[in-house]
Ligand binder design. Structure first.
Ligand code: GSH
Length: 209
C-alpha cells in the first residue's frame, strides 16, 4: 500500500493506524505548503486534491474515517476499533465523527480564514471566532479527561489517535491545547507508543511541534 500524506495534517491519523497495525506500506509526502496537492500528478491519485489517499491493491481510498475503518476492520484485533454493531464501536465512531465533522471544520476557519471571507477584516474575525470556539472546546475536553485516554477506556482507541492529531493543531491557540493540564500528559502517553513514535519520526514532527 502507498499512503499519500501531508506533514502533520489529518493524514497523520492514517499514518499512525498503519504503524499500529504493523502493516507494510510506502509513505509518500505531499508538500501541501508548496501546493503539491493541486498538481496533475497528485490529482490523478485523488481528484479532490487532499490528503490522505491510500493506494491499495483494491483501489484508492480517501477520507480519513473511511480509510481507518477499512484498515482496522480488516487488520485490527478489536482494540483500536471494536467490532461492528457493538456499543463500543458506536461510541468510538461518535468521537471520530465529532472530530472530523465538528472540530476539523472549525480549524479550517482558524487556519484558512481566506477560504471563508473575502476581505482581511472579516477573515480576522472568522479566525478569532474560530479560535474562541476551539479554546472553549479544548478546555471542556481537558476538564472531562478523567482517565489515561480521551476515549475514556483502559486502552486507547483510534479516537485517541485522532484527538492527538487535532490537539496538536491546537498548539497555535492561546493557551496551547497541547499544554492543558490533562491533555499534555495524555499526548505524552500516546507519543510513548512505539507505533505513534514511528509515524511522528517519519513525518519529522512531535505531538507538540
Ligand atoms: N474530509 C477529509 C479532509 C481532507 C483534508 O481536508 N485534508 C487536508 C489536510 S488536513 C488537505 O489535504 N488540505 C490541502 C488542501 O485543501 O489544499 C478527510 O477526513 O480525509
Amino acid at each position: 500500500m502507498k499512503l499519500h500524506y501531508g506533514t502533520g495534517s489529518c493524514s497523520l491519523l492514517v499514518h499512525m493506524v498503519l504503524e499500529e497495525l504493523g502493516l507494510s506500506f510506502e509513505a509518500v509526502k505531499v508538500d501541501l505548503a508548496a501546493g503539491a496537492q493541486r498538481t496533475p500528478a497528485y490529482l490523478a491519485v485523488n481528484a479532490k486534491g487532499t490528503v490522505p489517499a491510500l493506494v491499495t491493491p483494491e483501489g484508492t481510498l480517501t477520507e480519513c474515517l473511511a480509510i481507518v475503518e477499512w484498515l482496522l476492520d480488516r487488520h485490527g484485533d478489536g482494540t483500536l476499533l471494536a467490532a461492528p454493531g457493538t456499543w463500543a464501536r458506536a461510541r468510538t465512531m461518535e468521537r471520530l465523527a465529532t472530530l472530523a465533522t465538528e472540530v476539523h471544520p472549525v480549524f479550517n476557519r482558524f487556519f484558512h480564514a481566506e477560504d471563508f471571507a473575502p476581505d482581511a477584516a472579516t477573515q480576522a474575525a472568522v479566525k478569532a471566532h474560530a479560535a474562541e470556539k476551539l479554546c472553549r472546546w479544548f478546555a471542556a475536553e481537558d476538564a472531562a479527561l478523567a482517565g489515561p485516554w480521551w476515549s475514556g477506556g483502559p486502552a486507547p482507541t483510534v479516537a485517541d489517535l485522532h484527538f492527538a492529531v487535532i490537539a496538536r493543531w491546537g498548539r497555535w491557540l492561546a493557551p496551547p491545547a497541547t499544554r492543558l493540564p490533562r491533555i499534555e500528559p495524555f499526548l505524552n502517553r500516546l507519543a510513548a507508543r512505539p507505533a505513534v513514535a514511528r509515524a511522528l519520526a517519519r513525518e519529522g514532527i512531535t505531538l507538540f511541534s
